[in-house]
Design a protein around this ligand. Structure first.
Ligand SMILES: NC(=O)c1ccc[n+]([C@@H]2O[C@H](COP(=O)([O-])OP(=O)(O)OC[C@H]3O[C@@H](n4cnc5c(N)ncnc54)[C@H](OP(=O)(O)O)[C@@H]3O)[C@@H](O)[C@H]2O)c1
Length: 316
């Protein structure tokens, strides 16, 4: 098979032996694989793939057809359309996926949409609902709302009956993010200028340090802050008295390094709670651009440039 590889900090396309599915594994003919910030991090030499995943083939999410199944596979058969989170190795013609983390692809999703779904929707769902216990009528702030996780989070929170405020630094995308379900869309500066726009019961932090301490000031009593992305900085000075006074919770998380059973649980929750809304068209996957596997460098450059709405996806 052909696959994207990272060699000495550079991207290339190389031939690899076709992987062979083991117990419980699916061999997937990859049709689409979304790019993520983690790929750029891995290219720069950080964030290595966890043990058991290909060390030199990037890619955390994919969609494609099951080409073959390993011993004991019960949920899928050859020809099925599946999508999944993987620890690495998605940016290839073939990839191995444990059947427990695979989800069926609803007919409503094209291959690029399905390839850009698993990482960002699982992350957004896990952060908002599993960790922060988001509920009907909660006031939510999503920072970095025009990206992959942000566009997922805005839609899921709105679908769950929350009142969503979103920060988006590119004004060109404000209307589109409002159409995804945000009641208010502002630039980060506008929100700070209006006193933080709170109180918020849940804050999804996808940008990082610059949004603190305003996040603490804007937190409602009993509020939760989920820290998922720190691309703009990870170090802050925190007045713990404000956190105490708000009876607030700071939560941090990542998906990639979780054990199989925890990823499987997250996938089952997404399957149960999100896929019906995707299938009916109430929730969609915005794709900003797609690139063929051979144009992987352009795809990474486009992701790196920012200013996009939703996902950048490689097509196989
Ligand atoms: N912990 C986990 O398990 C996990 C899982 C998935 C993602 N992540 C992380 O979460 C973050 C969001 O992921 P994503 O897939 O949504 O990434 P993305 O598609 O690149 O979106 C990031 C968004 O944040 C905005 N942004 C970046 N720097 C900013 C700044 N300094 N000020 C204001 N806005 C800024 C971007 O705006 P512009 O387009 O204008 O640059 C973009 O809309 C990334 O850091 C990613 O690595 C973590």
């Amino acid at each position: 098979m052909r696959a994207v590889t990272i060699e000495d900090g550079k991207l290339a396309i190389r031939e690899y032996p076709d992987p062979i599915p083991g117990n419980g594994e699916l061999l997937v003919r990859v049709r689409a694989a979304g790019l993520n910030g983690a790929d750029l991090h891995q290219l720069r030499g950080g964030y290595p793939a966890p043990p058991g995943s290909p060390a030199d083939i990037p890619g955390l999410e994919l969609a494609g057809e099951v080409a073959a199944t390993g011993h004991g596979v019960a949920r899928f058969q050859p020809g099925d359309r599946v999508m999944a989170l993987v620890g690495g190795g998605a940016q290839a013609e073939l990839a191995l996926v444990h059947e427990r983390v695979a989800m069926p692809v609803p007919d409503a999703l094209s291959w690029p949409q399905a390839g850009g779904f698993p990482e960002v929707f699982t992350t957004a769902h896990d952060a908002l609902f599993t960790q922060c216990g988001l509920g009907l009528g909660d006031r939510v702030l999503v920072h970095g709302a025009a990206g992959g996780v942000g566009t997922a989070a805005v839609q899921l929170a709105a679908a769950a009956g929350a009142l969503v405020t979103a920060t988006v630094r590119n004004p060109e995308h404000h209307r589109a993010v409002a159409e995804l379900g945000a009641e208010r869309v502002a630039t980060p500066d506008e929100l700070r200028g209006s006193g933080g726009g709170g109180p918020f019961d849940v804050i999804l932090e996808l940008v990082g340090a610059p949004n603190f301490p305003a996040n603490l000031e804007a937190l409602a009593s009993g509020g939760r802050i989920s820290i998922i992305g720190t691309g703009a900085g990870s170090r802050i000075e925190l007045d713990l008295r404000i956190l105490m006074a708000r009876r607030g919770k700071l939560l941090g998380s990542h998906l990639r390094l979780r054990p199989l059973e925890e990823k499987a649980e997250a996938a089952r929750r997404v399957e149960h709670q999100v896929l019906p809304a995707v299938a009916s068209g109430r929730v969609r996957v915005p794709v900003a651009a797609t690139y063929p596997l051979d144009a992987v460098e352009q795809a990474y450059d486009r992701f790196r440039a920012g200013g996009k709405l939703g996902k950048i996806v490689l097509e196989g």
